[in-house]
Design a protein around this ligand. Structure first.
Ligand code: FAD
Length: 278
């Protein structure tokens, strides 16, 4: 990987095209990306693999991949491509494709509306994947918790589990139209929680449901991702109250209510954005 002198390594960008679009639930759009650029995709053994998609303003007519250093020199900050983070739901090396499930959460934002309107042939440019979670056989119980944004990672994790693993997935969505078929071992129960409306701090009951779930005996591996304030409360529950070892937990904010991702990512360097005090 190229590394500018004294700087962080430059992540190569992968450029693919939309080859398929499916509405897989009321608020989830699955886009399949493929094309010759797939040979630049370096996969990773993790079920929470994520990519950073770069979105450029269409009116600037920029062609991906983007030379960010060059663009920084000639464009004002507000015209630079912005990053949005998405899970790789599935990759298929033989077909040369990856699938990404986008939550369409209204007309706010960039990635959600882009996915809603995406057409076959549209280009997508991203770096990654990153990610490091894998469900491990050595745990007695697997607890997977999240909102719509974590469905792809939870789905990929359930599919990767050995048949004898046991646990619970607790997934909060708006309503019945948001439930999708998930493949899981027999011993892992999947419970959909309906908040009855779009997410608001008041409508979410995920934390309460997790707290009501009987705490299992033995060693628990936790995977919990979703809205930032909900995740902060759950961190407190798992870590402070249930004593789950931090190394047994994959827990982070995937988004923050009322914050565009640029602001949300910048806030990770401040107390309001931190889930674990470093
Ligand atoms: C590691 C990782 C993996 C992720 N994987 C996925 C994934 O596979 N699929 C997926 O859909 N998302 C995923 N996300 C979340 C996604 O990156 C954010 O939801 C992102 O903010 C969406 O960008 P946007 O341009 O649509 O909205 P932004 O411009 O970032 O935000 C605009 C407004 O929309 C609100 N908003 C953003 N997301 C949501 C939401 N889901 N529901 C309601 N309101 C929202 C914001 O609070 C803000 O007010 C992931 C995030 C991380 C960190």
């Amino acid at each position: 990987m190229a590394r500018p002198e004294g700087g962080r390594p430059v992540r190569p960008q992968v450029v693919l095209q939309v080859v398929k679009r499916q509405q897989i639930s009321e608020h989830l759009v699955r886009l399949t990306f493929g094309g010759p650029g797939f040979e630049d995709f370096v996969d990773k053994p993790a079920t929470d693999r994520y990519i950073k998609i770069l979105f450029a303003k269409p009116e600037l007519g920029l062609t991906p991949p983007y030379d960010m250093d060059e663009l920084r020199e000639r464009l004002p900050g507000e015209d630079l491509p912005v990053r949005r983070t998405y899970t790789v739901r599935r990759s298929d090396t033989a077909e040369g494709t990856i699938e990404v499930d986008f939550v369409v959460h209204g007309s706010d934002g960039i990635a959600g509306p882009w996915a809603r309107d995406a057409k076959i042939g549209d280009s997508v440019c991203f770096s990654g994947p990153g990610g490091m979670y894998l469900p491990k056989d050595e745990f007695d119980y697997h607890l997977l918790v999240g909102d719509e944004t974590a469905i792809p990672a939870i789905a990929a994790s359930l599919e990767a589990m050995g048949e004898d693993l046991v646990g619970q997935a607790l997934i909060e969505v708006e309503g019945a139209g948001d439930e999708i078929e998930l493949r899981a071992p027999n011993g892992v129960d999947i419970r959909w929680i309906h908040r009855g409306s779009a997410f608001t701090p008041e409508s979410s009951t995920l934390e309460a449901v997790v707290r009501q779930h009987p705490w299992p005996s033995g060693r628990v591996q936790v995977f919990a991702h979703g809205e930032r304030e909900v995740m902060k409360s759950l961190r407190s529950y798992f870590y402070d109250e249930r004593g789950v070892d931090r190394r047994d937990m994959s827990l982070s904010a995937y988004w923050a209510f009322g914050r565009a991702e640029d602001v949300f990512q910048a806030e990770k360097r401040t107390p309001v954005g931190q889930i674990f005090a470093e």
